[in-house]
Ligand binder design. Structure first.
Ligand code: DAH
Length: 357
């Protein structure tokens, strides 16, 4: 009896999984199990023998049963432990980090402007920031010694000693892209040209590098009325104000005739600027009908084609729309400023998604 006990308790303790444990149970207590067979032998014993062997076998059977149950529970516990270890998850870890960067207000506003003008049928044209004297001035009807050259505070590039061609300039406006676009595509044409421009000037509202967007629409019968409609559509979409009023003031630019400076309606309430309200005006751009000499310089026949052009400051528009007070901070790369005024990286402005929210 003691031998049987030893044998099965050892086998139970050594069973590596539930299947092995079940095999041990069958071997001991199954119908043809060793202990079951022994119990059947009780009938052939004398009553005295049976009195001793009976309870002993019963006790052994119970002991083995509970050893199996205990081992089974231990195996189940171990399996659960194993699973928990495999599926462990540290719920105290911080969530996924947010993207660190943000979209600069100038990039955001450029995207907004591009989306609005794309909807009006304008595509984007580009030109170099280091520009020739001819594209930046002459082709735009600003010949050498024209007083307008002085107004621009131009940065000039160096020429090699002995090279007396006119120096290249850092473009002082996006207007030269008008010429490049017309040279490339001819007429009709409808483009905007956003980009960097440079002037030697620095105070709260001027930085030596800033951004403009040029607009150009040339066709057979485009007029100032088209210009006014396009600009009003633009400002309404950009500021999210239906029926925003504009005011056209006669002005002068060498590259347009007639020329107009355009103001938008605004007012100051408790030191705060409100666009599209009240009876004040804020100058936002220069514009006009493209001068015949400019069309000619770009290889477009002014007896066949005419159209409007405009140029406005992107940084100014960003300041007005998003209430940013100091232009200089735009280009300081101060992370606190960028986090405060920046935009979410995946929040691309579209007309259907909204450019004003
Ligand atoms: N280029 C001008 C400037 O930088 C702005 C401008 C005025 C552009 C009138 C135009 C225009 O296209 O028609 O001051």
């Amino acid at each position: 009896m003691e031998e049987l006990r030893q044998k099965y308790l050892e086998a139970i303790a050594g069973a590596a999984d539930e299947a092995a444990l079940e095999a041990v149970r069958v071997q001991a207590l199954g119908k043809k199990g060793e202990i079951s067979l022994k119990m059947r032998e009780l009938g052939r014993m004398s009553p005295e023998e049976r009195k001793v062997a009976g309870p002993a076998l019963n006790a052994l059977k119970n002991e083995i049963n509970s050893a199996i149950a205990a081992r089974k529970a231990a195996l189940e516990d171990a399996a659960l432990e194993e699973r928990l270890r495999g599926e462990w998850l540290d719920v105290t870890l911080p969530g996924r980090p947010r993207p660190r960067g943000s979209v600069h207000p100038v990039s955001q506003v450029t995207e907004e402007i591009t989306a609005i003008f794309a909807d009006l049928g304008f595509k984007v044209a580009e030109g170099p920031q280091i520009e020739t004297d001819w594209y930046n001035f002459d082709a735009l009807n600003i010949p050498p010694h024209h007083p307008a050259r002085q107004e621009f505070d131009t940065f000039y590039m160096h020429r090699a000693p002995g090279d007396d061609r006119p120096p290249h300039v850092l473009r002082t406006h996006t207007s030269p892209v008008q010429i490049r676009a017309m040279e490339k595509e001819g007429a009709p044409i409808r483009v905007i040209a956003p980009g960097r421009v440079y002037r030697s000037d620095y105070d709260q509202t001027h930085t030596p590098m800033f951004h403009q967007v040029e607009g150009l629409a040339i066709d057979r019968d485009i007029s100032m009325a088209n210009l006014k409609w396009v600009l009003e559509e633009f400002f309404a979409a950009f500021f999210g104000i239906d029926g925003i009023k504009t005011r056209f003031r006669a002005s002068h630019f060498p590259f347009t005739e007639p020329s107009a400076e355009v103001d938008i309606q605004c007012s100051w309430v408790n030191g705060q600027l409100r666009i599209g309200e009240g009876d004040g005006w804020m100058e936002v751009l220069g514009s006009g009908m493209v001068h015949p000499k400019v069309l000619e310089a770009a290889g477009v026949d002014p007896s066949q084609w005419q159209g409007f052009a405009f140029g406005m400051g992107i940084d100014r528009l960003a300041m007005l729309k998003y209430g940013i007070p100091d232009l200089r901070a735009f280009f300081d790369s101060d992370l606190r400023w960028l986090r405060h005024y920046g935009f979410a990286a995946l929040d691309v402005p579209t007309l259907h998604g909204g450019v004003s929210d």
